[in-house]
Design a protein around this ligand. Structure first.
Ligand SMILES: [Zn+2]
Length: 258
């Protein structure tokens, strides 16, 4: 059994940055590949790590463009490849995902549904290939799912976009790695129930007792070192910042920055 591996394709928050696409993560085990979120610019960088048509499933945490807009581009690739349209693959997402993806290219729902088999996510566990993926609603203005991914005894939690969330703590309970958004710096003017500061991400990691915290959804206009310093001291375990190309998995911890 090949161990699970997660490659950060895109970790820029809200829009792509100079060094990273927006949110996208490639999950692999036993030859099965799942993409979690498909934000702006991710389809390009993804091809460095996976064959264009080598994906077996896609999971979307929510329908904000920076987490799903490249689904429109991926539909074009699967529809118009010279070898002929590619077979349908499953896409798990919130209710309304099919309509959202069709809207990116102004395509009919039927044409998009011919390339992707859409499944509405519900809170709870789902088996996707060799992975057990447990989802729950997190705290964001549109329906948004956080994820807990388990394979071969290794556990990774992903916050998606969220404000403070007890559901996130439950999803991350005892996980080996928490990949957690840290969109905001500390400050009095942060909108509640939207995103986390790096300090709040660290508080969630500490409450869940995770083995490692990797901060992601890092907005390009933020100072990365400031995010790191605001999180350190709150969570006592190894702390790292996501970068495009970072690989996480059993025996492969992110290089700890603090
Ligand atoms: Zn969002």
């Amino acid at each position: 059994m090949s161990p699970m591996q997660l490659t950060v394709i895109g970790c820029a928050g809200s829009f792509p940055g100079p060094d990273s696409p927006a949110s996208c993560y490639l999950l692999e085990a036993e030859g099965f590949r799942v993409v979690i979120d498909f934000g702006n610019g991710s389809l390009g960088v993804l091809q460095r790590y996976a064959e264009l048509f080598g994906l077996d499933a896609i999971c979307l945490s929510h329908l904000h463009a920076d987490h799903c807009v490249d689904m429109g581009a991926y539909w074009v690739a699967r529809q118009y490849t010279p070898a002929g349209p590619r077979p349908s693959i499953p896409v798990y997402g919130p209710a309304g995902t099919a309509e959202r993806v069709a809207g990116f290219g102004g395509e009919s729902l039927a044409k998009v549904q011919a390339r992707f088999a859409f499944h509405d996510l519900e809170p709870g566990p789902v088996e996707i290939g060799p992975f057990r993926i447990t989802t729950d609603h997190v705290n964001h203005p549109v329906e948004t799912f956080g994820f807990r991914v388990e394979h071969g005894g290794w556990r990774l939690a992903y916050s998606a976009d969220t404000g403070e969330s007890d559901a996130l703590v439950r999803l991350a309970e005892g996980a080996d790695v928490l990949l957690c958004e840290a969109s905001f710096h500390d400050g009095p003017d942060n909108t509640p129930n939207l995103h986390l500061t790096a300090r709040q991400a660290a508080e969630h990691a500490a409450r869940a007792g995770v083995g490692q915290l990797v901060l992601t959804h890092l907005v390009p206009w933020n100072d990365r070192e400031r995010s790191l310093s605001e999180a350190s001291g709150v969570y006592g375990g190894p702390l790292a910042l996501a970068t495009s190309g970072l690989v996480l998995g059993p025996g492969n911890p992110a290089p700890a920055a603090r």
